[in-house]
Write a protein that binds this ligand. Structure first.
Ligand code: NAD
Ligand code: 6OD
Length: 484
C-alpha cells in the first residue's frame, strides 16, 4: 500500500495540494494520506484533457475501442493490486471484491469497446434527399463517483466515455481513491495517450468536485451519488447548460407475493438488503409481503440476518462489511434509534456489534430487520444506505403496487412471484427505472440503467451510454438540384 495517493494528470502522477487522511473502515486507522486538488490542480487536469481531446476524438472508433479493450485486459493483469486497494478503502469482503467489483471493472471496458466499435450511424433516404447522422464526443467529461462500489462505478462511466471519443477527468470519492490510483498506473503502463484519462482527488462542495464540475473547460458531467448532491451539481452547471447524467439515491421496494418460492425469496432478499452492507443504491430498504406468508417471511429473514458472518475482509466466508466512515455509521445507527422511537419491532440487529479486537475501532453496524412502522415514518421514507429493511404486510396486488410507488425515489424494485402474468403486470406498474423479478442485481450491460423521480436523470448502459457521451449531428443533402 502506498503511503500517499496522488493525482494523475497528463499521464504522470502529481503530488500537489494539502493532504488528508484515508481511513480503514475495518479499524478506523489511517491507511495513507491523499492529496487534495485545489483550483490550480483541477485547471491543469482539465487542460491536459483538453489538449488530448483532438487526437483522441480523431482516432477511428475501432482504434479507440482497441485502447478501451486493452484497459480491460490490463485490469486482469493488475487484478490482485486492485482487489487490495478496494478492500483497503472499503473493508468489503475479498469474495465480493474478486467476484463482483473488479471483474465488473474489466467488463465495463470490454463491453463498451465492443458496443462502440459496432455501433452504426443512421441514414434516411427520401426521394432525392439523404439525411444521415454522425456522432461527435461531448469533449472533456467530468466523472464524479461515490464510495460504495468505487471501481465498478468509475469504470462504468470511464469505459463508454473514452470509447465514444471523450477525454475524462475523474474524481473518486474522498473515502476511496485507491483503485483509481491503480487504474491511473495501468493507463500509464499500457501507454494510453497522456491526458486521455486524468484523476484528481479531493472532497465535493468547496473543493475538487465543485471546482471540476464548474470548470468552463468541462463539457459534461456524469455523476453517481446522493440525490441532493445531484441537485446541487445541476444548479452549479445550469448557467452553462452542460449535459448531465445522474445515477442517484433510492428507497427501493421489494414485493413478495404468497405464490413466490419462499426459499428463493428469503435468500434473494438477504442479498438485496445486506449486500455490501446495504451500501448499494439498488438495495432493498422497504419490503412488502403478502399477509399469508408475512410472519414466516419475517422470521426467516431475521434468522438469516442474525447468521451473516462478520469476519475480516480477507476471510472468504465474510459477508458483512463496515460502513464507509464513522459519520455514515452514526447516520445508520441514528435510523436504528429512530425506528425504536417510532415504535418499530426489531427482529434482528438494531445496534453495532462488539468484537473485542481492533475492529471495535471500525465502523460496523448489525444487519437489521424491522416491522410495525407507519408507511409515512421517516425510516420508511428516507434513504438509509445501510444493512436494514422494514417489512410490512399487504393484502392485494393493487395495494402492494401503491405502497411501492409511494416514494420520492424510483430507482429499482424487486418482485417475488411464481405467476408469470403477475410478474409482467406488477413490473410494468412500478415507477422505477429497473425491476428485477425473482432475482436482484442481475446485470446485462447492454440494458438501460438508471432511475426516475429523485433517483436520477438519463440512462447509461449499452448504446444509451454512447448516446449520452456523444452528440448527433444530422446532415441533410439534396441529391438533385430543384425546388426544396
Ligand atoms: P455523495 O453525493 O456524497 O458523493 C458522491 C461524489 O460526489 C463524491 O466523489 C463527492 O466528493 C462528490 N461531491 C459531493 N458534493 C459535490 C459537489 N457539490 N460538486 C461536485 N462533487 C461533489 O454520495 P456518496 O455518499 O459518496 O454515495 C452514496 C450515495 O450515492 C447514496 O445516496 C446512493 O444511493 C448513491 N448511489 C447511487 C447509485 C445509482 O446508480 N443510482 C449508485 C451508487 C450510489
Ligand atoms: O451495475 C451497474 O452498472 C451500476 N451502475 C450499479 C450501481 C450501483 C449503485 O450503488
Amino acid at each position: 500500500m502506498p503511503d500517499q495517493v496522488t493525482h494523475f494528470i497528463g499521464g504522470v502522477p502529481v503530488a500537489e495540494g494539502a493532504t488528508f487522511a484515508a481511513c480503514d473502515p475495518v479499524t478506523g486507522r489511517q491507511i495513507y494520506r491523499v492529496h487534495e486538488a485545489d483550483r490550480d490542480v483541477v485547471d491543469r487536469a482539465v487542460a491536459a484533457a483538453r489538449a488530448a481531446l483532438p487526437g483522441w476524438a480523431a482516432l477511428p472508433a475501432a482504434e479507440r475501442a482497441a485502447w478501451t479493450r486493452r484497459l480491460g485486459d490490463a485490469i486482469e493483469e493488475r487484478f490482485e493490486d486492485l482487489v487490495a486497494a478496494e478492500i483497503a478503502d472499503t473493508g468489503k469482503s475479498v469474495t465480493q471484491t474478486r467476484t463482483l467489483d473488479i471483474p465488473r471493472g474489466a467488463a465495463n471496458f470490454r463491453s463498451f469497446a465492443e458496443i462502440a466499435a459496432q455501433r452504426p450511424d443512421s441514414a434516411f433516404h427520401l426521394a432525392d434527399v439523404l439525411s444521415y447522422t454522425v456522432r461527435r464526443p461531448l469533449g472533456v467529461v467530468a466523472v464524479i463517483v461515490p464510495w460504495n462500489l468505487p471501481f465498478l462505478l468509475a469504470t462504468w462511466k470511464i469505459g463508454p466515455a473514452l470509447a465514444a471519443g471523450n477525454t475524462v477527468v475523474v474524481k473518486p470519492s474522498e473515502h476511496t481513491p485507491g483503485s483509481m490510483a491503480v487504474l491511473a498506473g495501468i493507463a500509464a503502463s499500457i501507454g494510453l495517450p497522456p491526458g486521455v484519462l486524468n484523476v484528481v482527488n479531493g472532497f465535493g462542495p468547496g473543493s475538487t468536485g465543485q471546482f471540476l464540475v464548474e470548470h468552463p473547460g468541462v463539457d459534461a458531467v456524469t455523476f453517481t451519488g446522493e440525490s441532493r448532491t445531484g441537485s446541487s451539481i445541476m444548479k452549479s452547471v445550469a448557467d452553462r447548460v452542460k449535459p448531465v447524467s445522474f445515477e442517484l439515491g433510492g428507497k427501493n421496494a421489494g414485493l413478495v407475493f404468497a405464490d413466490a418460492d419462499l426459499d428463493a425469496a428469503v435468500e434473494g432478499c438477504v442479498r438485496s438488503v445486506f449486500t455490501n452492507g446495504g451500501q448499494v443504491c439498488l438495495c432493498t430498504e422497504r419490503l412488502y409481503v403478502e399477509r399469508p406468508v408475512f410472519a414466516e417471511f419475517v422470521a426467516r429473514l431475521a434468522g438469516r440476518a442474525r447468521e451473516l458472518a462478520f469476519g475480516r475482509p480477507e476471510d472468504e466466508d465474510t459477508v458483512m462489511m463496515p460502513m464507509i466512515s464513522a459519520e455514515h455509521r452514526d447516520k445508520v445507527l441514528s435510523y436504528y434509534a429512530l425506528a425504536g422511537d417510532e415504535g418499530a419491532e426489531i427482529h434482528a440487529g438494531g445496534g453495532a456489534p462488539r468484537f473485542g479486537d481492533e475492529r471495535d475501532g471500525g465502523y460496523y453496524v448489525e444487519p437489521t430487520v424491522l416491522t410495525g412502522l407507519p408507511h409515512d415514518s421517516r425510516v420508511n421514507r428516507e434513504e438509509i444506505f445501510g444493512p436494514v429493511c422494514h417489512v410490512a404486510p399487504f393484502d392485494t396486488e393493487a395495494e402492494a403496487v401503491a405502497l411501492a410507488n409511494d416514494s420520492e425515489y424510483g430507482l429499482a424494485a424487486t418482485v417475488w412471484t411464481s405467476s408469470l402474468g403477475r410478474a409482467h403486470r406488477v413490473a410494468q406498474s412500478l415507477e422505477t427505472g429497473l425491476v428485477w423479478v425473482n432475482t436482484w442485481y442481475l446485470r446485462d450491460l447492454r440494458t438501460p440503467f438508471g432511475g426516475v423521480k429523485l433517483s436520477g436523470i438519463g440512462r447509461e448502459g449499452g448504446t444509451h451510454s454512447l448516446d449520452f457521451y456523444s452528440e448527433p449531428t444530422t446532415i441533410t443533402i439534396k441529391l438533385e438540384p430543384g425546388h426544396d
